[in-house]
Design a protein around this ligand. Structure first.
Ligand SMILES: Nc1ncnc2c1ncn2[C@@H]1O[C@H](COP(=O)(O)OP(=O)(O)OP(=O)(O)O)[C@@H](O)[C@H]1O
Ligand SMILES: [Mg+2]
Length: 369
């Protein structure tokens, strides 16, 4: 297993100045079946801020679904606590379908979106959306007014009377999202909501989640195995491995953390050294530094030839970020001063080992596309 990244910005999250709408502390989940034990969650501390889109990424079996199912107490954690919107859900009685009244009420304020939509095929779109409101005992008039309002919000006003089988995958997921919003939740949980969709539909669903996040101030916790999803919509992200969160932070904090696996996976640059006795450096530019001519300054100040091995510019979490892999002549010992110069310009600088030692593990193991 990889050691936690030393400069992981998780510590910054534990300060009390921010409002966390979802907090888990020491969350563990051990499944026991036929005498076997599987530890799916192993001490997870998750802190999701109010109004953010938070992505949890990790390989199959890392414990992502277990985490999200523990957050809304569909699964009862083996130990640890889950607090959503100030309420300690683990203190409420019952589990799964046998949840007590208080837990059911708390759960109705947490929307959940599923990979395979989970719509009832015998009910119309509108009736699917009304279902959670029926369970809450709302009147027919209230239910239909809410369902129509939500259909409008997700762009399906003309499909109220259609049946799920008559809809495309993207439309079904819009219904799934509308249903999740029926109880006016403060938080929306999404487990691989776009995994069954093609890339274009994925983009439109992610855009919808982003719009809902911004229009309704909805906090979104989403599980995904696709880096692109994190890149497109997430303000913060966590990387899970073997039931633990091994890195977490806002996307900009992660990008500014040397050695961050998530940052390298979000923003890969490649390119091999052109020979021995060369220093290969990854330089990350954010915000203002992106517009400064630092590379030409470096070249002029120290009179060195710089080769660009690879470069990429992209928008991550709505901000322009650039990354460049450059090569300087000579070993690292010969380049301490130029490297110091780059750092002084406020750039994030990572020295690559001879075999690209800090190449991201995620990529090697095929999580990213
Ligand atoms: N109900 C269950 N009973 C027993 N073991 C389970 C149960 N649910 C999950 N597990 C095990 O717990 C571990 C974590 O599973 P989980 O479904 O949380 O992973 P995941 O990260 O969501 O994976 P994927 O990306 O494939 O959906 C796995 O080893 C899995 O086999
Ligand atoms: Mg899963």
């Amino acid at each position: 297993m990889n050691a936690p990244c030393p400069a992981t910005p998780r510590a910054a999250h534990s300060t009390v100045t921010e409002t966390h709408v979802i907090t888990t502390q020491g969350l563990t989940k051990v499944y026991r079946s036929r005498g076997r034990e599987v530890t799916a969650l192993d001490g997870v501390d998750l802190h999701v801020r109010e109004g953010e889109v938070y992505g949890v990424i990790g390989q199959s079996g890392a414990g992502k679904s277990s985490l999200i199912r523990c957050v809304n107490l569909l699964e009862r954690p083996t130990s640890g606590t889950v607090t959503v919107a100030g309420q300690d859900l683990t203190a409420l009685a019952g589990r799964g379908p046998r949840a007590g009244k208080q837990l059911r009420e708390a759960r109705s304020r947490i929307g959940m979106v599923f990979q395979h939509f989970n719509l009832l095929s015998s009910r119309t779109v509108q009736d699917n959306i009304e279902l959670p409101l029926e369970i809450l005992g709302k009147s027919g008039k209230e239910r239909s007014a809410k369902a129509l309002e939500l259909l409008d919000l997700v762009g399906l006003s003309d499909k109220a009377k259609a049946y799920p089988a008559q809809l495309s995958g993207g439309q079904k997921q819009r219904v799934g999202i509308a249903r999740a919003l029926a109880g006016d939740p403060k938080v929306l949980l999404s487990d691989e909501a776009t995994s069954a969709l093609d890339p274009e539909t994925t983009r439109s669903i992610l855009q919808l989640l982003r719009d809902l996040n911004q229009q309704l101030g909805l906090t979104v916790l989403l599980i995904t195995h696709e880096m692109d999803v994190v890149k497109t919509v997430c303000d913060s992200a966590a990387l899970m491995e073997h039931g633990q969160i091994i890195e977490s932070g806002t996307v900009s904090e992660l990008l500014a953390t040397p050695g961050s696996e998530l940052a390298s996976a979000l923003f890969p640059v490649s390119g091999d050294a052109t020979g021995a006795d060369r220093t290969v450096i990854d330089v990350t530019f954010h915000g203002e530094s992106a517009t400064q001519p630092v590379i030409s300054q470096l070249s002029r100040t120290y009179n060195i030839d710089i080769s660009i091995l690879g470069a990429a510019m992209d928008t991550v979490a709505g901000k322009q970020v650039g990354r460049m892999r450059i090569e300087l002549p000579g070993r690292y010992e010969d380049n301490v001063v130029p490297v110091g110069f780059l750092r002084e310009q406020g750039l994030q600088v990572e020295i690559q080992g001879p075999q690209g030692e800090s190449a991201p593990v995620l990529q090697k193991e095929g999580v990213t596309k």
